[in-house]
Design a protein around this ligand. Structure first.
Ligand SMILES: [Ca+2]
Length: 430
């Protein structure tokens, strides 16, 4: 789906305004554009202060307060992201509110019917390779009453796509959420490696415990990469993308639509490692190691308006569950919990025998998306991936000391708040 370029915007730095706005408003908008959308949150506060001094422009104040995501989108589609550096050197820039953007906002602000309330829910796409931790992560996402899951997209990783289709269909039936569309994505890495799975979650990814057939009518024909782009372009600036598998689908979506990142609201990711210790290889984490080229494309070309929140291997391991917590979970007795207990049985048994705690990985990325306060410690940095190392291919590279002189592209989770994190898991499994 092509992006409709707002008629009022041009790729030129100078943009005319209509209707006329107060100079202070123009200055604030100008500064917002100049500083770039990454700082829009802080600038929106300043904008409101400007607008408070303009009582005759009450409506414009409301528009601008609500317009921030739209402004970000407008900036993105009009090519302003690429021009920000140049714009710093220019004297003044103007921005207009296109009428076509005002109308939906006006309708949303004055109506309270159920359709509009649904429209205000946080729109989420989950890209996944459903193994056992994906299952709990997806259940957490489905349990959020203020989230609208636009799609679940499948990517080769923990198991083959044919097993993933069964897995996700079973999970959606258990959660009674079969209305959510599912899209099949890449069956191999970008370079064609079909042999990605390790069998850690069983051959079928869900512990090889289910044999019953299941209705799969929620699985659509459209490819995942195309579906991601279509949905993001349908709701520009509103979609949260959560990736909990290899990044092949997202890389392909970027190749189809280089503006994808700037059209997202935000992005949360489980993947990579920050201390050089891997679980797929000695040096690389599974999701990144399955498709290093795709991880490289996503980290370097997604260019989201705020850094990607990334839950790396080591931080997730800190959050692994103690067995007393796991036992308490298993006593919940809900359909959802019985389901996760069944698919976890093999992995849990093996880890107990090895004296290890129960794994949580993908749950960390979803928890961070649900509630930012679940992230107890984090830092921003430029993060990329090694593509050619003899031993380190797929290893995450974190520019801790800014030696590469690149702006931060990731907010790296160091530690979750364990109490809040476990509470989210408990609540979602009830
Ligand atoms: Ca996963």
């Amino acid at each position: 789906m092509a992006i409709d370029r707002p008629s009022t915007f041009t790729s030129n730095v100078k943009i005319k305004t209509a209707p006329p706005l107060e100079k202070s408003v123009l200055r604030a908008c100008s500064l917002m554009i100049k500083m770039g959308v990454r700082f829009a949150n802080q600038l929106s506060g300043m904008l409101r202060r400007h607008l408070r001094k303009a009582p005759r422009h009450t409506k414009q104040m409301a528009y601008f307060t609500l317009m921030r995501p739209r402004l970000e989108y407008a900036a993105a589609v009009s090519g302003l992201h690429q021009q920000l550096a140049k714009m710093f050197k220019t004297k003044q820039h103007f921005i207009a509110i296109p009428p076509e953007y005002l109308h939906p906002l006006q309708r949303r602000s004055r109506t309270t019917n159920s359709v509009d309330r649904a429209d205000m829910k946080r729109k989420v796409i989950i890209d996944t390779d459903p193994g056992t931790d994906d299952a709990r992560a997806i259940i957490m996402a489905l349990a959020q009453p203020d989230w609208e899951i636009l799609a679940i997209t499948l990517v080769a990783g923990n198991c083959k796509i044919k097993h993933q289709v069964d897995n996700i269909a079973r999970l959606l039936h258990i959660c009674e959420r079969t209305e959510i569309p599912v899209y099949k994505g890449s069956e191999c890495s970008l370079l064609g490696n079909h042999d990605l799975q390790t069998g850690y979650h069983g051959v079928d990814g869900f512990g090889d415990v289910f044999t019953y057939d299941v209705d799969k009518s929620m699985v659509k024909e459209e490819n995942a990469a195309i579906a991601i782009n279509d949905l993001v372009q349908k709701y520009p600036g509103e979609v949260t993308l959560i990736t909990i598998g290899p990044l092949t689908n997202v890389a392909m979506a970027i190749r189809l639509n280089p503006s994808l990142g700037s059209q997202l609201k935000d992005c949360f990711m489980m993947g990579g490692n920050i201390h050089g210790r891997g679980n797929r290889t000695t040096s690389a984490e599974f999701n990144f190691a399955c498709d290093p080229e795709s991880a490289y494309i996503v980290l370097n070309e997604l260019k989201t308006t705020s850094p990607i929140t990334i839950a790396p291997l080591e931080s997730c391991r800190i959050s692994h569950l103690n067995w007393d917590v796991y036992e308490r979970l298993n006593k919940i007795g809900s359909k959802k919990n019985n389901f996760t207990q069944q698919i976890d049985a093999y992995t849990a048994g093996e880890r107990r025998k090895a004296g290890e705690r129960m794994i949580v990985y993908d749950e960390c990325a979803v928890a961070a998306a649900i509630d930012v306060s679940t992230v107890e410690d984090s830092f921003e940095a430029y993060v990329t991936i090694e593509l050619t190392g003899q031993y380190t291919r797929g290893q995450c590279i974190v520019d801790y000391d800014k030696m590469l002189e690149k702006p931060p592209n990731c907010k790296v989770i160091v530690k979750m708040n364990q109490e809040k994190f476990e509470e989210l898991i408990f609540q979602s499994l009830k």
